[in-house]
Design a protein around this ligand. Structure first.
Ligand SMILES: [Zn+2]
Length: 171
């Protein structure tokens, strides 16, 4: 197991130093596990209401799927996950755990607005979705009794099987 200090020392020694120095300041700070420096850089890429310093830090950099996004290549990261880790100086391994937005704004990266979802919470969400689907089925059944030809009850037509497409082309 390599500590952050050993890792940093290794990559800044002669030969590897060129590789490290070519990285941007954010990546360098992440490799050094320098939480406060990472947060400062991330903050500079956000819109923050000066009247409300405890408010949302709205990411204005690159985005993916509605979330703030950092970098290219294999070290791509979601900005709010990096912010969560940086606030804890990269001492927590998030693994596959979800970082939730307590403020409900996907672009916010204020660490105080972020919380790790426990397995229990993820499971509760999953059950919530199942209950929602069951409710839709019940409503469809009720609608079927009132108006069996209602357009909302129509299923999407099945796509043409590939065999038929081929035989039609051959004719
Ligand atoms: Zn927020």
């Amino acid at each position: 197991m390599t500590t952050a200090e050993e890792f940093y020392a290794y990559y800044t020694q002669s030969g590897a130093a060129g590789w490290f120095n070519r990285l941007g300041p954010l990546r360098q700070a992440i490799i050094r596990c320098d939480g406060p420096a990472v947060l400062e850089i991330l903050k500079s890429r956000c819109e923050i209401d000066p009247e409300n310093l405890g408010g949302c830090w709205i990411w204005v950099g690159a985005k993916r799927s509605g979330y703030g996004f950092i970098g290219r290549g294999p070290t791509n990261r979601l900005a709010h996950r990096v912010a969560y880790e940086a606030a804890r100086s990269f001492t927590e391994d998030l693994g596959s755990l979800t970082v939730h937005h307590k403020c409900g704004r996907r672009l916010c990266i204020n660490p105080h607005h972020l919380a790790l979802a426990t397995h229990l919470e993820n499971t509760a969400e999953m059950f919530g979705r199942q209950a929602f689907k069951a409710r839709i089925s019940a409503l469809e059944d009720a609608l079927r009794l009132l108006d069996p030809t209602h357009p909302l009850l129509k299923r999407l037509p099945k796509p043409l099987p590939p065999e038929e497409t081929i035989s039609r082309e051959e004719q």
